[in-house]
Write a protein of this length. Structure first.
Length: 270
């Protein structure tokens, strides 16, 4: 029997990239999925965000594993809309066991709007995600697991002086604070809270012209080494999904309050 049989996982940013890989992986391990994504554009983001068609593809891939899925379009900046999406899933499946706060944007070279949007999505959105889900996790009476998606730049000070990039680093560092506090607040309910810190992952957030241009500008302005220790340039979404699957499984039942790099040794180089 799959290790997550009978469990229900709520995943934000599930329409593509890491969120989709996590949805498919946890479904393959036996979980039913509540999937949320904005499926709309944010003006400060210089690359195309996920669409309703992307979310529909995630639904198909999850259903192909034999799992069930409830998918809704919702903005993590809108706590009421996010709460409604979670409640729809809980009404359908009867419980909630796992939360993966994955939704994020990278408006690195955007100005003040980029700063505000990246803080709102990548930090406040993560706070909203935990807040709307924690009651359902507690209600099962069986504990649970929350994983917050940060970044290697949530552990080290890499980046540029662009407002969007500064906001990105600040938000990803802020996630560590949220994780550590929620790990203590929810421990009496046997709910574990951890964060994952990927290096560059081959997703549309990284693999686009705007982000490549930003990375090139860093190389021109300063000698910052943005590379990994292991001889791999980028990770795959499935690499992060595998780490998340371990964190939410019983194999990690006593792991909480941990900031886990999944980064091919990038942080260790700093």
């Amino acid at each position: 029997m799959p290790g997550l049989a009978g469990k229900v996982a709520f995943i934000t940013g599930a329409a593509r990239g890491q969120g989709r890989a996590e949805a498919v992986k946890l479904a393959s391990d036996g979980a039913n999925i509540i999937a949320v994504d904005l499926c709309d554009q944010i003006a400060s983001v210089p690359y195309p965000l996920a669409t309703a068609d992307d979310l529909a593809e995630t639904v198909k891939l999850v259903e192909d594993t034999g799992a069930r899925i409830v998918a809704r379009q919702a903005d993590v900046r809108d706590q009421d809309a996010l709460a409604s999406a979670v409640q729809t899933g809980v009404d359908e499946f009867g419980r909630l066991d796992i939360v993966v706060a994955n939704a994020g944007i990278a408006p690195m070279q955007s100005g003040a709007d980029g700063w505000r949007d990246v803080i709102d999505v990548n930090l406040t959105g993560v706070h909203h995600t935990v807040e709307v889900a924690k009651g359902a996790l507690i209600a099962t009476g069986e504990g649970g697991s929350i994983v917050l998606t940060s970044s290697v730049v949530g552990l080290v000070g890499m980046g540029s002086d662009d407002p969007g990039a500064i906001g990105y680093v600040a938000a990803k560092h802020g996630i560590v604070g949220l994780m550590r506090l929620y790990a203590n607040l929810l421990a009496p309910h046997s709910i574990r809270v951890n964060s994952v810190h990927p290096a560059g992952v081959d997703t549309p957030m990284i693999n686009n012209e705007a982000t490549r241009q930003w990375l090139g500008s860093i190389a021109e302005k300063s000698p910052q080494d943005m590379g990994n220790a292991l001889p791999v340039q980028v990770l795959q979404p499935e690499d992060i999904a595998n780490a998340v699957a371990w964190l939410v499984s019983d194999a990690a039942r006593y792991v909480t309050g941990v900031a886990l790099p999944v980064d091919a040794g990038s942080v260790n180089k700093r």
